[in-house]
Design a protein around this ligand. Structure first.
Ligand SMILES: [Mn+2]
Length: 425
């Protein structure tokens, strides 16, 4: 019978084939807000990938495919507060550890982190980039959980409710399924603030609510989806026009998702379709391809189209750009393109997000210096007329497959009329 322990053993054996030396991986220490109080603990994703157990102050030694866990049983006093700890045989069986030793015996070895030897990091990136069958099934679970939470958020949205009440609906949904969040949720009527960390706003009819939320399932795998929808009414005409532009841009990007395709071409497709839409609506003037070349679209769409997805919402970004960027590639210096988190050819079994957006950001669109190079191609009067749109982003989670790509979040509505039906029901 196939067990979870076998999945971990296979990962360790694959690492041993790519990297011959012993590797030490730490689960991490809990962060304290004051001496007795800690923030919720979550083990490092590398530790979860190879060792599975979400528990603090552990180390695992991987050597020739074998795993030694270093773990101290709680003292009597610790057991009074935190419980007696798990049964060691159960641990061995569950995660496939070959032996379990006390923490005092942790060898003095190089630890897997961003400072580790490049050939070790390259091996880990190669493994974690392409998800094995167990990882794919975990990702599907996390995305399904995320989809259900988004439905709850759409249904909970009403005029006069506060943003934190919608956040509560999302949290209730994932908590009831034994999950949690894969990153700090964004729930805002001011979607133009890209990572708006506040939940204090009061929703009004005529607002759009932007929800960028990902569940983390029990094993630590992440979903990451964004929807933008009207507050229990229909889109205004201006909102609807821009929504359709963003939707077209997202679909154009999705069509590029397949093995062998460069992710920067996925991003370019989104930029081009977005620009075509903005030219049609007369916010921009000129030839769309040339406007994209010049970076004019970035006044409205200043971020990249997506990132890797796995055990983290931005998978492996703890290693800098080593995972997101193919060896030898560096970030562009052009505004907008410098925020592209992924620049490598897509391969089967990679998971990525696709999440273009349109934003009316005063810091960009009222900044004379920023606008200066684009005077000839901007219709500022028309741009002003779309200020009420604020921010619209659409994000799906995509698994690249041998013959194309599968949208893991296809069950969450994104067509304009479908959205209106859900929020008004
Ligand atoms: Mn995302």
């Amino acid at each position: 019978m196939h067990t979870q322990a076998e999945d971990f053993r296979q990962r360790r054996q694959r690492l041993a084939r790519l990297y011959k030396k012993p590797v030490l991986i730490r689960s991490g220490r809990p962060a304290h807000r004051n001496p007795p109080q800690t923030y919720p603990f979550r083990a490092s994703s590398h530790f979860l990938y190879f060792a599975g157990w979400n528990h603090p102050n552990l180390a695992v030694l991987l050597e020739e495919g074998r795993a030694t866990l270093f773990y101290d049983r709680p003292s009597l006093e610790e057991a009074v507060w935190d419980g007696p700890g798990p049964d060691l045989d159960e641990l061995r069986e569950r995660y496939g550890f070959d032996s379990i030793r006390p923490g005092a015996e942790i060898p003095d070895l190089e630890v897997l982190d961003a400072q580790a030897p490049e050939d070790l990091l390259e091996a880990v990136v190669q493994l974690r980039l392409r998800h094995d069958a167990a990882a794919r099934s975990q990702l599907e679970q996390a995305v399904d959980m995320t989809v259900r939470a988004h439905f709850q958020a759409m249904r909970a949205t009403r005029p006069e409710r506060r943003e934190f009440q919608i956040l509560a609906a999302l949290l209730v949904s994932v908590t009831q399924e034994g999950g949690s969040t894969s990153f700090s949720p964004i729930v805002t009527r001011r979607g133009e603030i890209l990572h708006n960390p506040h939940y204090q706003g009061t929703l009004q009819r005529g607002d759009l609510l932007l929800v960028d939320f990902g569940a983390e399932n029990r094993e630590g795998w992440a979903g990451d989806l964004t929807r933008t929808f009207p507050v229990r009414t229909n889109f205004t005409p201006r909102q609807a026009e821009i929504y359709e532009v963003v939707l077209k841009a997202q679909k154009a990007a999705l069509r590029e998702c397949r093995p062998g395709r460069e992710y920067r071409e996925v991003h370019r497709a989104a930029c081009l379709a977005m620009t075509e839409g903005l030219v049609q609506l007369e916010l921009l003037r000129g030839h769309p391809a040339e406007l994209v070349e010049r970076g004019a679209h970035a006044l409205f769409f200043p971020h990249g189209s997506g990132h890797l997805l796995g055990l983290d919402g931005h998978d492996m970004e703890d290693l800098g750009d080593r995972a997101g960027y193919a060896p030898g590639r560096r970030r562009s210096s052009q505004f907008g393109l410098n925020f592209l988190r992924l620049d490598r050819p897509l391969e089967a079994d990679m998971a990525v997000t696709v999440e273009p957006g349109f934003y009316w950001i005063p810091e960009l669109l009222e900044n004379q210096e920023r606008l200066a190079p684009f005077r000839d191609c901007l219709d500022l009067k028309t741009v002003e007329a779309y200020r009420e749109v604020r921010g619209i982003r659409l994000e799906d989670d995509i698994l690249i497959e041998a013959s194309g790509a599968r949208n893991l979040s296809a069950a969450l509505p994104k067509e304009l009329q479908e959205i209106e039906i859900v929020v008004n029901s």
